[in-house]
Design a protein around this ligand. Sequence first.
Ligand code: AGP
Length: 607
Amino acid sequence: MCGIVGILSNKEVTPTILDVLKKLEYRGYDSAGIATIYNNNIKRQRAKGKIENLIKLINQNDLPGKIGIGHTRWATHGIPSEDNAHPHHVGSVVGVHNGIIENFREIKEELSQKGYKFYSETDTEVIIQLCSYFNKQGLNNKDAFLKTIKRLEGAFAICLMFKDDEKKLYVTKRSAPLVIGYGESDIYVGSDAVSLTNLINKVIFLDEDDVAIISQKETEIYNRIGQKIKRKKKSVEFNNEVINKGNFQHFMLKEIYEQPEVFTYATSSFINFKQQKIDMIHKFNEFDHINRIILVACGTAFYACSVAKYWFEKYVKVPVEIDVASEFRYRDNSFGKNEYAIFVSQSGETADTLAALRKVKGKVKKIISIVNVIESSIARESDFILPIKAGPEIGVASTKAFTAQLAVLACLTIYFSNRRGLLSKKENSELIDSLVSTPRIMSKILSKTESYKGFAKKLMKSKNALFLGRGILYPLALEAALKLKEISYIHAEGYPSGELKHGPIALVDENMPVICFAPYNDLFEKTISNVEEVLARNGNVLLITDEKGYCSLSSHEFPIIKLPKFSNFIEPIIYAIPSQLIAYYTALFKGTDIDQPRNLAKSVTVE
Ligand code: AGP
């Protein structure tokens, strides 16, 4: 993931920017750059590869100045190169960015029509070009910046400077991390507070869509509707726990809110924006002869496999077998030489999953692992590794790793489907566009959590709960039940809603909360009739649907949470967010240990 740093000081900033960029290396990168402003001129150096290459350039041509920005780039749009490296500079504007600008093509087209020339393949350059355009239209720096931000869609953190304004940094964030740090006399901006350790003693964690204009005199902050607001400076004790949790009460909540950014990076390893296609980091040459795909995992990772079964059957038209590793490893199952076996594991160390992998070694065509820890045992024993790049997941209850696993499995689905020639150009674009829009939709849901808190306040008093889903939402019902039980200790079950009348409906009475996932798709009507069955027995229904689902219901006496509009392909990814929020707030109100729930370990490395 990219790393951002900005410094406003009364001494030369380049050496400190380089130090901070080194601390940001852990986020992964393939190029780096720094820009400063000196005597109303923009000075800039950028280099492909490691920071050492940038240092060599700076030693030959120094970067004077008491205000500067730096960036480590992890390529999303455009190959790793000096031209694509940040900071990007157009006219009097220079800036860095972390995340993805979803509507960059539209803006780039608009500006190109006006004669603007682009020199890079990045989405970032569009931000700088647009801001420069508004500047040239006569808007002052602040208005040009605000107007630019309003046009952008996607998940991003941005830091800009204007050459005629050596005293100010301009920043904003939307579903990507950015903090403002205050030292003795210097002011810092960074992707995370950890990289500013020992430089700062106070910090402001910006909220979604905050815009900050930072000078030594004042930090002006404007909210998403342009009102000037105050954000409290917090003192920062540099123990890792506090610093790593940032503004959040629990790691789990922080990781829930990291999902838009994590999803962006998990998919951008595979999305080739230029050719609008999915590239894989492995050739999968034998795929054309594969006649079965086996998916094996435990817990939440198994529910990701269950979602993938629906995707592979629908889009790849290949038989799929799924199983939990603890069962798979002991079954008298058999395997063919023309099969792929895919093992999904956040830790890459789960004993049952590793044992299942070792069972099929040499018996299937290839072993593929989808992991978060690429040097883990499961990864090391696989033929192919597909990393989910979710960053460390501290909370025992898996959240960002789950949606990142789905990100990789969704890309694999599109890739395999295209390999079989089963997607038209239009279908391929629609599926890819739905993945690109996912971080924005996640952010929208995460920005309004009142309804989840309200429902959790009631749910916390229950002893049991039922989650219902049909089709590809059935694994989400299972995952939602797991999330709730593992952190709130409330017994919960996930069920395919069509199964209700085959037994579970006997459980339904006025003490049974029934949370129903019902996107407006071809199974919606059937799901609603299951809801009617529950209502007829006084069950406490919470329906989670979308705009179309909501409008199709004539009247309803039960609470409904309406999600934003999105395509069917990403339903299982989007519904993970409400599942996580319901579980989190229920556990929060119950006061259980959310990050380390009783009896649980983050990685089950024993049988
Ligand atoms: C999920 O919230 C649980 N922590 C647990 O089910 C977990 O998904 C399972 O143990 C698998 O772990 P892994 O992904 O590291 O293999």
